[in-house]
Design a protein around this ligand. Structure first.
Ligand SMILES: C[S@@+](CC[C@H](N)C(=O)[O-])C[C@H]1O[C@@H](n2cnc3c(N)ncnc32)[C@H](O)[C@@H]1O
Length: 191
């Protein structure tokens, strides 16, 4: 499989009422997903937000830890945010990966919802056919149906033994990356 990129998407996502909104960035997600990205060796980590004020805030947080005084106190956080990039939209992340790789990435969106025709994670490498992969993760109440349908594939949701599967986004990122890199994939349709 080609390089793996991830994007934490703040628009378009649903709110509690099912409306399409942009969400605010959560610093905890920013740091923890950075650590996860570094651990699994993803090639790039994008934080997307359509609002300039939010992008500026994220840039400031990244600067604080990457170049500012924060990094001197916590080299781990410095490294965790070393690969993070802030862009306006998932499309901008797509364009950046395409420019870096010289080929358009295969876009795999994630959701806790069951989507018809969802792709089992173990089939992702074959589906991508050697292209880089851009994984999209939602915030708020999840990526909109339009974005899920616009992706090349929606991955099968993660399921355990419980009757609840609404994971924190940080956990979902770690589980998918572990399945992708370590191959420990149990489809929710298997027993
Ligand atoms: C909807 S947000 C929830 C945000 C929440 N406030 C939090 O603490 O992270 C969670 C995102 O993680 C991913 N996710 C969560 N549970 C999932 C599951 N069971 N299967 C696949 N992806 C999941 C999806 O990308 C989803 O958009």
């Amino acid at each position: 499989m080609g390089n793996i990129y991830i994007a934490l998407v703040h628009w378009p996502v649903y709110n509690r009422e099912g409306e399409t909104v942009a969400t605010s960035v959560t610093p905890l997600d920013l740091h923890d997903i950075g650590r996860i990205a570094l651990t699994y060796g993803v090639a790039g980590y994008y934080v997307t937000n359509p609002y300039e004020s939010q992008r500026r805030l994220v840039e400031e947080i990244i600067y604080h830890w990457r170049e500012g005084i924060g990094g001197e106190h916590s080299p781990q956080r410095q490294r965790a945010l070393s690969g993070a990039k802030v862009v306006a939209t998932a499309e901008a992340a797509f364009d950046d990966v395409a420019a870096l790789e010289g080929v358009e990435p295969f876009v795999a969106a994630t959701t806790a919802r069951r989507m018809p025709g969802a792709l089992p994670t173990r089939e992702l490498a074959d589906a991508a056919g050697g292209r880089p992969v851009l994984l999209l993760f939602g915030t708020g109440y999840g990526l909109t149906e339009d974005l899920l349908l616009a992706a090349d594939a929606a991955l099968e949701p993660i399921a355990g033994r419980g009757d609840f599967n609404h994971l924190p986004v940080r956990a979902a990122v770690a589980i998918y990356l572990d399945r992708i890199f370590n191959g420990n994939v149990r489809s929710e349709t298997e027993e």
